[in-house]
Design a protein around this ligand. Sequence first.
Ligand SMILES: Cc1cc2nc3c(=O)[nH]c(=O)nc-3n(C[C@H](O)[C@H](O)[C@H](O)COP(=O)(O)O)c2cc1C
Ligand code: SF4
Length: 410
Amino acid sequence: MGKAVSILTKNLKNINIDTIDDYLAAGGYEGLKKVLTLTPTEVIEKVKNSGLKGRGGAAFPTGKKWEEAAKVKEDSYILCNADEGEPGTFKDRYFLEFDPYRIIEGMTIAAYAVGGREGYIYIREEYGKQKEIIIRAIDNAKARGLLGNNILDSDICFNIKVISGAGAFICGETTALIQSIEGGGGRPKIKFKRTAESGLFGKPTLANNIESYCVVTTLFTDDAEQYLSLGTDESRGTKVISLCGNVENPGVYEVPFGITLREIIYDIGGGIKDGRDFKFAQIGGASGPIIPKSMMDLKYSYEDFKKEGYSIGSGAVLVADDTNSVADFMVTVQEFFVHESCGKCTPCREGNRQLLKIAHKVAEKKATQEDLITVKRVANVMKNCSFCGLGTAAPTVMVTAIQHFYDMFD
Ligand SMILES: Cc1cc2nc3c(=O)[nH]c(=O)nc-3n(C[C@H](O)[C@H](O)[C@H](O)COP(=O)(O)O)c2cc1C
Ligand code: SF4
């Protein structure tokens, strides 16, 4: 299938997850066994040297985050962000559903490396089936002595609880997620101290995305060499993407960093559905940029996207064909943000409403040059003054639509 690979994703749909046996037969827990022959510092060093950047969207270096957590003398809570609320993103769902033990193993490696006894998987309410699967996998791991006290006869004692959110996009943001687990409203909170020092219940906390934990597990297996041989200098390895919209073969694929968008859409996705023409792709979910046809040879890597002022975000690649209207798409995305803005800060709460009004005007062909200036002004305030990442990223779709489809405003 084109340039897709199967390293991190090799178990997806290939093992029976009802018992832990298939996972063990496929090399599962070899990673943790290897980790136990290393010191926690050596484990963190290996994660740092891999160049792994967090796969939840912000691309923060995972090894650096673990190093900060390890410096704190108390045990850390090990959080796994399974909220996956970004529209068009469904790659974490695949790990939950088809390779849950890889997530559990990765969290256990983190517990050993930074020092932790309790873990939480925060899973979105809509993932009911996946929640049942991960709970069963935790029970199976416990029954085999792979969770609980003295895991693999070591000193590690680690347990995992599963908590559901109520299905709000903002609950994927770490401070909102923490408040939600604590029983409060899922809203971002000001950080006086780093999460590594004061997070869940005011205690040291390490939070990572599902895919990040899965990469960590892979880094300590025989697959590590092959994994790290792929990608580019600054984006090593692969990214698991969720390809959706008007392509022939939508789905979850593992792609090496450095692949072009054209290769993703045409070689892997089988091209535009029903032989139609490509119009644009939105990368990284609703918060991501719109990419026009002229940029189809852009390489999918952190550094190539950064050069354009974009980020690759969560891994969503949503494709629109020539029957889709950019203006209608902007309306849909802005409606999403008006609905999901938690309302705590003015730039995001009011800015999204203003942008939606203008998106409607564009769709009705009533927008003026003054509206265009207003979009830029509002977007600038939102980007610089919003309290959290939802508000700073929300104008991206309109800003990039203006950049690439300026004639809509004519
Ligand atoms: C509005 C918003 C929603 C987010 N949703 C998610 C999510 O669903 N899953 C996720 O892993 N990270 C999400 N994040 C990013 C997290 O705040 C955090 O950076 C990430 O979970 C850290 O893990 P990583 O370093 O392994 O990527 C979201 C951030 C924002 C601002
Ligand atoms: S940016 Fe939006 S989601 Fe974030 S705190 Fe402000 S209002 Fe809430």
